[in-house]
Design a protein around this ligand. Structure first.
Ligand SMILES: [Zn+2]
Length: 283
């Protein structure tokens, strides 16, 4: 009897600790090869999945990160309509219950994109358009803030519609950057490029949209491409650490040496999924 009980407890332990343990606020940048997928979890267990990588490898990653009983993701964000960011989400939408799907445009004719929209429709997942200035207050006291795209993007390429959003928390510290009472924890940029970073830099003269505060975790735009993670952007954000999602020995040469040298010159730590695998950092 005792032996049976011990075996039962051993079997149930992981479920029990997940169920009754306090959720840990953390960021997980999954190693999905050449693509992007980031999971954000706050202290109440609220979850946001930012992109899903190029294939179903994200499913195994989610399976080992989420509790076995967890079949619900509060928000799934599609940063833009490129396959290395959304194809993995098709099966995620099929297999998980998803509270909301955030995106910026939905006009791609790609069959994979059409399949994703069909699954979202079939599962009746509400779609929400994310833009500059959008705010979502969470029960944990954290805030999600949209910085990009603007209401009228200047170009018509997929990257011109890239989602840039921050995760912030309320602080009583005075911010040198203005009246914001929020401290930025994380800046997610998808494939945003230098021209989009420059656009967001207008926060320095905006009375409406405060700049992200310094010392956050920054996702390097476009897998560490030299057309992103510009010097003015790094000087504005002064991130604590930069995370780069790129596939091992990818054909694009991501991350570019130029970006790595820029980070080293500015003495900013960075981590890379192609070398470090999946990256977990407390939020
Ligand atoms: Zn990409």
């Amino acid at each position: 009897m005792v032996r049976r009980l011990v075996i039962l407890i051993i079997f149930l332990a992981p479920f029990l600790s997940w169920r009754f343990g306090r959720p840990q606020p953390q960021l997980t940048m999954f190693d999905v090869g050449q693509g992007l997928s980031v999971l954000v979890e706050d202290e109440t267990g609220w979850q946001l999945l930012f992109d899903g990588g190029p294939d179903n490898s994200v499913l195994a990653q989610l399976g080992t990160t989420l509790a076995p009983t967890d079949d619900y993701i509060d928000v799934v964000v599609i940063s833009h309509q490129h396959r290395d960011h959304y194809v993995g989400l098709i099966e995620v939408l099929r297999r998980y219950r998803v509270g909301e799907l955030w995106l910026t445009r939905a006009d791609s004719k790609d069959p994979a994109w059409q399949e994703l929209l069909a699954v979202a429709k079939q599962k009746q997942i509400p779609l929400l358009e994310i833009k500059e200035g959008m705010l979502r207050y969470l029960a944990s006291g954290r805030v999600i803030r949209g910085y990009h795209p603007p209401a009228n993007p200047r170009g018509d390429e997929a990257h011109d519609y890239a989602v840039v959003l921050t995760v912030e928390h309320l602080t009583t510290e005075d911010s040198p950057l203005g009246p914001s009472k929020f401290k930025t924890d994380l800046v997610l940029t998808g494939d945003a490029e230098a021209r989009h970073e420059q656009y967001i830099g207008h926060c320095q003269i905006s009375r409406v949209l405060p700049c992200p505060t310094t010392g956050a975790i920054l996702q390097a735009g476009h897998h560490g491409s030299k057309t992103s993670t510009s010097e003015p952007w790094l000087k504005l954000l002064q991130p604590n650490v930069v995370l780069i999602s790129a596939g091992q020995d990818n054909s694009y040469g991501h991350p570019h040496q130029e970006v790595l040298e820029r980070l080293e010159r500015l003495k900013i730590n960075y981590r890379r999924t192609d070398l470090n695998g999946t990256i977990k950092i407390p939020l």
